[in-house]
Design a binder for this molecule. Structure first.
Ligand SMILES: *Cc1c(COP(=O)(O)O)cnc(C)c1O
Length: 341
């Protein structure tokens, strides 16, 4: 297997071309055969529902080269289930679990030479994507769908070590509506958040900590990640219908319980941040992005979570444990890894 000439440690989180992608079409009421392609282009009808009415959803998961040399895909089944939830949420055709699994494994195997070596901190990012492809000018859901999976190697999220970032609260933007589509992993939610993120970046913050869109009282989604804080020694994370159920967050909750830390999924008011001893944004990309300061743009208040800008002990322990499981360095007690034979 000839290894590509990649500087794994300095690889960005971007699109690096790989050898193959896999595709499957839903037509005439059924899913067809899995197709393997070497092209990174797709041909699409200009009236496809995905282009006009936002029928697009995606997933994000990772494969790792473990300590033992084996390839592990983290929480494949859960990503498949969530993809089905997203499909049902915006009236698209859900991809059957078996098909999802087969295609993810196929995409990883075909591109095995792009799986970063153990110890590099890099991983193979897997991006499943579904779009409505049948033409329609009237607003309705498509009758035909394309499901594809691309993979691309991504570098370590923390290039200079596991470190803190600052985030901000801004009440002038909502990512989603109270009973809208926030709990689905769809492109539309991202389009709706771009202006807010851009504004935050311009002010020097890495993400917007959105408040609940109904009352603007409770903490909600943190940019493209879930939020949690350590308050009174407990792992506290927002309970909300408008956030995406992060699989990383669920894993961290389990690991916290295993470490004897109580977990609470509940409404969290902004002023409770005064009591937070640690906080983090969590998701597949970074696992945990520890938070230094949370700036409230409307009141001018700064909630300093980490004065020395170092990740706290709980964030560090959770981060290390989750990484160790994904790399086969720590027992996978919950069967989260799919080992690719
Ligand atoms: C993907 C995503 C997350 C993180 O989910 P994971 O399953 O942990 O990767 C959180 N919030 C949003 C809006 C997302 O799209």
């Amino acid at each position: 297997m000839n290894q590509p000439d990649i500087d794994w440690k300095h690889l960005p989180f971007g699109y690096y071309p790989t050898d193959y992608n896999v595709r499957c079409y839903f037509r005439d009421g059924k899913w067809g055969e899995i197709e393997v392609s070497q092209s990174d282009k797709i041909e699409l009808h200009m009236a496809a529902t995905s282009l006009h009415y936002g029928q697009e959803l995606f997933e994000g998961l990772k494969a790792f080269r473990g300590k033992d040399g084996k390839i592990r895909i983290f929480r494949l089944e859960d990503n498949g289930t969530r993809l089905q939830d997203s499909a049902n949420g915006i009236l698209m055709e859900p991809v059957p679990a078996d098909l999802f699994r087969e295609m993810v494994i196929k995409a990883v195997k075909l591109n095995e030479r792009f799986i970063p070596p153990y110890g590099s901190g890099a991983s193979l990012y897997i991006r499943p994507l579904e779009i409505g492809i049948s033409p329609s000018i009237g607003v309705r859901s498509a009758t035909e769908y394309m499901f594809m999976i691309m993979v691309t190697p991504v570098g370590p999220y923390f290039k200079t070590g596991f470190g803190c970032t600052d985030i901000c609260i801004m009440r002038q933007y909502d990512r989603v509506a109270p009973r809208g589509t926030g709990r689905y992993k769809i492109g539309g939610n991202y389009a709706a958040s771009l202006a807010a993120s851009h504004h935050a970046h311009e002010m020097g913050y890495s993400a917007v900590l959105f408040l609940d869109p109904k009352e603007k009282k409770y903490l909600d989604e943190c940019g493209p990640a879930n939020f949690f804080a350590i308050i009174d020694g407990k792992y506290v994370t927002p309970k909300s219908d408008s956030i995406l159920p992060s699989i990383t967050n669920r894993a961290l909750q389990q690991l916290a319980r295993d470490m004897g830390i109580e977990v609470e999924e509940r409404h969290i008011t902004v002023d409770e941040l005064e009591k937070a001893t640690e906080a983090g944004a969590c998701g597949t990309a970074a696992v945990i992005s520890p938070v230094g300061t949370i700036h409230d743009e409307d009141t001018g208040k700064d909630y300093v979570i980490s004065a020395d800008r170092k990740p706290g002990p709980v964030c560090t322990a959770l981060y290390e444990r989750l990484n160790a499981i994904r790399l086969g360095e720590y027992p996978d007690e919950y069967g989260w890894n799919t080992i690719v034979e």
